[in-house]
Design a protein around this ligand. Sequence first.
Ligand code: PHE
Length: 448
Amino acid sequence: MRDRWSSQLLFVLAATGAAVGLGNVWKFPYIAGENGGGAFVLVYLGAIALVGMPVLIAEVLIGRLGDRNIVDCLSRLSQATRTHRLWRAVGWLGMIAPFVILSMYSVVGGWALTYVGYAATGKLDAPAGDAAGYFGNLFGELVASPGELAAWHTLFMCLTVWIVAGGVRGGLERLVRWLMPCFFLLLVGVVSYGALTTDTFARAARFLLSPNFDALTVGSVVTAIGHAFFTLSVGAGAMLAYGSYLPRKVRVVQACTTIAVLDTLVALLAGLAIFPLVFAHGLEPSAGPGLVFTTLPIAFAQMPAGQAAGLVFFALLSIAALTSSPSLLEPIAQTLSERGGLPKRRAAVAVALLVWAAGIVQVFALSGRFDLDLFGRNLFDLSDHLASNILLPLGGVAFALFAAWMIPRDKAIGGLGSAGAGFHRLWRFAAGYVAPAGVAIVLLTGLF
Ligand code: PHE
């Protein structure tokens, strides 16, 4: 008997946990900041609705109907066709994306844990005067010290493997049952803190919500589409794996809509938590990846109860990361376990060791210990670019095309659960045409 979610609610909670992660709290605010705010957010919302959602539904549907790991799902569902072997190969290739992403995710998750430690031990209390220099140094020193990075990355991987090894009910469900409510409470807390202690909340809302199309470039459109994949966790087989544990009675469309709406809400709330603080202290919203690690602490250092607020914020970031990372380990561990006949626990540990080693390589690349120059980027940036702009869109589009064109109509309608033929037609158009077109834009602009 395969493990199963105990209810639709638990699936939604776990999948929302997978979707809501560093992408929402760390990445979304800084890319929105770099791309000028409002207009970018609008494109991002469009990308979620037109590209991300159809792909999310496709992935969950494949998992549900295939009822196994990625490779077996694709192979089983295409059994009757001549393309059967090709799809099995796609399944194997699909392991690359979660592997690469997890090797970096764990390192950044490690930064989040480090900052919880900093906040708890008073290290986020900058000396009066040069706060910017102080936090720039603090982050710079962290990133440049392989020992410290490796230690936190190791801790993060241990937590991740522990959750996955516990199985669906004993690991994932137990985790999200209390961490997700906790996450939402903390998020509301940080947003309220910004709203109450600054007078820049309205400005932040305007920055995020009122579009200024002058700031929009082709590059921002591509970034928005790529991020739609990353933030919804689609294209890496994560949602397929989670979907494969669905119990019989589930409304896939309703569940996926809830996941996407919650994920979007969290990204916007994270923006509304961060930008009021950034603006109130005259800081730059376009600070890039360092926004939450170097810019935000400057604000906290100058605010009432800033240390406590910082602690809450970085705990929030750590929780977000920890409910997502298992979804990256799961698809690979699940495949190894089911195809290799290994107990899940052992498969999870084996995969985690490999990912851990890849993460160590990332750590050394980041700290400049070996200065790889790959197409003008370091290994870390290259992996990030490769994952968001190439692997996830490619994986996502493969799942979308498969679900739209390889799964017979009646079977798909049955699998979607109470959505009806009208919805199926709409979804198939989006998954079969719109999403691939969106991905083509991303890939082609990436090439040139
Ligand atoms: N969605 C996660 C985040 O926003 C990242 C992720 C991507 C997780 C792909 C699983 C698969 O942080």
